[in-house]
Design a protein around this ligand. Structure first.
Ligand code: F3S
Length: 63
């Protein structure tokens, strides 16, 4: 599975990056992009923490 940030929903709150900087990048406007990293048992907890803490619901996990 991979993380995906919906750029139409992201408002730049930055919580994803604060909680899991190894899984996201922020652009110059503070909007997040998910890094191209496979989400497996080793990082799933962090991925879900970031996903569930986005106030806009912009982050999803996709296979
Ligand atoms: Fe955007 Fe949500 Fe992260 S609004 S910067 S995806 S916490």
């Amino acid at each position: 599975m991979k993380l995906k940030v919906n750029s139409d929903l992201c408002q730049g709150h930055g919580r994803c990056y604060a909680l899991a900087p190894e899984l996201f990048d922020l652009d110059e406007n503070g909007h997040a992009q998910a890094l191209d990293i496979e989400i497996d048992e080793s990082n799933k907890e962090r991925a879900n923490l970031a996903r569930l803490n986005c106030p806009e619901g912009a982050i999803s996990l996709r296979s």
